[in-house]
Design a protein around this ligand. Structure first.
Ligand SMILES: Nc1ncnc2c1ncn2[C@@H]1O[C@H](COP(=O)(O)OP(=O)(O)OP(=O)(O)O)[C@@H](O)[C@H]1O
Length: 311
């Protein structure tokens, strides 16, 4: 088993311009290692190059240069094995309206050359909760059911790596939870999961490692925990015994806001200002403290700080 399920080296993609539009350099030399067995989040603002990266990995878009290795198979040397090692659940809910879910899965298995005796159609239908819809026409399926059918399709050839592109966009909470339960189960059984999501909270909760791309470049790639620890900013929230009308004087670099509920929020850099200094200043202002809480930085903060610089 390879240590990395996916390895990208100096991956570049230039979309050729058409008509009057100029060529677009969508990927500017991406290096990425996605460890085997991980749930890896690929994040980035709109147009950063996530879909391009995923589509190149899946063999759906041709790279301009660089190396792509899926499950140890170099895409240029072993294209068939490389493709067979990855399954992609696309963003769009495109399914053939005239196929039943069972037929759609059988067609998919056929495309990947999975012999009839090795197909797990019923098992996969059950896993995504579509057993009772196996013979229904796809056009009668709800959006959530279509999403599940797309996941089922991507699983038919038992890929070692499963990519979910924005899998929960527009999906209700119940289905989202069901999807994540299933994704975790697949992961526990050994499937490496790559997901893109706009919901940073979701990435924070689901992914053990996260790569952030911006303007076609990797700007961070680390364990989720380390990524969060990188941010220096902290917010201390103090609930005073009595209402406070004007913010107390603070050491330099500490920002104070009075929140709508009367709590005082102190924003400071922990590398510069010790929490004790904030507390001392509050006491010195004669404010009696009823409660203190610390708000840690979340992925949203990391994301903003890494992707907010202009092009
Ligand atoms: N077929 C194409 N032809 C020309 N340019 C393209 C093509 N596909 C994507 N691009 C451009 O390449 C860049 C990266 O696009 P990509 O779709 O990979 O970004 P993304 O991170 O997936 O964005 P989103 O979150 O909006 O899906 C964008 O500037 C986009 O306009």
């Amino acid at each position: 088993m390879p240590a990395n399920a996916v390895e990208l080296r100096n991956l570049r993609k230039v979309y050729r311009g058409s008509g009057r539009s100029a060529p677009k350099e969508a990927l500017k030399g991406i290096d990425l290692d996605i460890p085997e067995g991980s749930i890896f989040g690929l994040l980035g603002p709109n147009g950063a190059g996530k879909s391009t990266t995923i589509n190149i990995m899946a063999g759906l878009v041709n790279k301009t240069s660089g190396t792509v290795r899926i499950w140890g198979f170099d895409q240029d040397v072993n294209p068939r094995q490389s493709r067979a090692s990855i399954g992609v659940v696309p963003q769009e809910l495109n399914i053939d309206p005239f196929f039943t879910p069972r037929a759609a899965l059988e067609v998919q298995a056929g495309l990947y050359g999975v012999p009839k005796s090795e197909r797990r159609t019923d098992e996969i239908l059950a896993a995504v909760g579509l057993s009772d819809k196996a013979e229904a026409y796809a056009r009668t399926l709800s959006g959530g059911m279509r999403r599940r059918l797309l996941i089922a399709k991507a699983l038919m050839h038992r890929p070692a790596v499963l990519v979910l592109d924005e899998p929960t966009a527009g999906v209700d909470i119940e289905l989202r939870q069901m999807l994540w339960r299933y994704v975790r189960e697949l992961n526990a059984q050994g499937t490496t999961i790559i997901l893109t999501t706009h919901y940073l909270e979701e990435a924070q909760e689901m992914c053990d490692r996260i790569g952030i791309i911006n303007h076609g470049e990797v700007v961070a790639c680390d364990d989720t925990r380390n990524l969060l620890a990188r941010l220096d900013g902290k917010t201390m929230v103090i609930t005073p015994e009595d209402p406070v009308a004007t913010p107390p004087a603070m050491p330099e670099g500490v920002r104070v806001d009075i929140r709508a509920d009367g709590a005082l929020a102190f924003n400071y850099r922990r590398s510069v200002t010790p929490a004790e200094a904030v507390l001392d200043a509050v006491r010195a202002a004669g404010i009696r403290i009823r409660d203190v809480a610390i708000e840690e930085a979340d992925l949203e903060d990391v994301f903003v700080s890494l992707t907010s610089n202009a092009a």
